[in-house]
Design a protein. Structure first.
Length: 204
C-alpha cells in the first residue's frame, strides 16, 4: 500500500505512480505538496483523482484557475458560499465538508456557516449574496428553467457580466465535482470537518 495513495479512500483502486509519465508525476507531486502546505494535510480528493493522472492534471488546471484571485472577478468566499448551497442540495458529504471548512478558514462565523449548510434561506446575508445563492440553487435544481431573467436578477444586485459568467462557471463546476465525488465515494476528510471551528464561549 502506498503512503501517498492509500487504498480505501474511494470506491476505486488507488492511483499507481508507475502508470504516470515523469511529467505528470511531477505535476501530481507539486499539487500534493501545495495542498499539504495550504491545508496542513493532503485532502483525500487529491489522493484519489490521480488514478487517471492526465485527466487529473487537466482538471486541476481549471479548478486551480477558478480560485486564482489574480484572474478572478468573484471573491473566493463568494464561490465557496455557492459551493455550500450546491453541495447541500446535492447531498455531497465530501464537498459540503470542504466548502464549509473553506468559509470558516476565511473567518466567517462557524454558526453562520452551519446555518448555510442546513438551509441558506435562513442565513442573514446581503442582497448580492442572496442572489448568488439563489442562482446556484436554481442552476442545481432546475437548469432547464434558467433564462435571461435569471441573469438579469444578478445584474439587478450590481453584478457585471464578468462576475455573472464566473458565477455560472462556479455553480456548474461545483455540480460537476459533487457528482464525481459522490459517484467515486471519496471519503470526507475529518480535518475539514473539525477545522477552523470558533471556540465555544466559557460557561459562567
Amino acid at each position: 500500500m502506498s503512503e501517498k495513495f492509500p487504498e480505501g479512500l474511494s470506491y476505486l483502486q488507488a492511483p499507481n505512480e508507475e502508470e504516470m509519465t515523469e511529467e505528470t508525476r511531477k505535476v501530481v507531486d507539486e499539487t500534493l505538496e501545495f495542498q499539504a502546505m495550504i491545508n496542513g494535510f493532503t485532502p483525500n480528493m487529491f489522493r484519489v483523482l490521480p488514478l487517471n493522472s492526465e485527466l487529473f492534471r487537466r482538471w486541476w488546471t481549471f479548478a486551480d484557475g477558478l480560485f486564482n484571485p489574480e484572474i478572478s472577478y468573484l471573491s473566493n468566499p463568494d464561490k465557496e458560499m455557492m459551493g455550500v448551497v450546491v453541495s447541500a442540495e446535492n447531498k455531497c458529504p465530501l464537498c459540503l465538508t470542504t466548502h464549509a471548512f473553506a468559509l470558516r478558514s476565511f473567518g466567517l462565523d462557524a454558526s453562520w456557516v452551519e446555518l448555510l449548510t442546513y438551509n441558506y434561506r435562513v442565513c442573514p446575508m446581503d442582497e448580492r449574496q442572496r442572489a448568488l445563492c439563489d442562482f446556484a440553487y436554481d442552476l442545481t435544481t432546475r437548469p432547464n428553467e434558467i433564462e435571461k431573467e435569471s441573469v438579469d436578477k444578478l445584474r439587478a444586485v450590481g453584478l457585471n457580466d464578468h462576475e455573472i459568467m464566473e458565477a455560472i462557471f462556479t455553480a456548474s463546476y461545483f455540480n460537476f465535482s459533487n457528482r464525481f465525488s459522490i459517484a467515486m465515494g471519496i471519503v470526507p476528510d475529518k480535518e475539514f470537518a473539525y477545522g477552523h471551528r470558533n471556540p465555544q464561549p466559557a460557561e459562567e
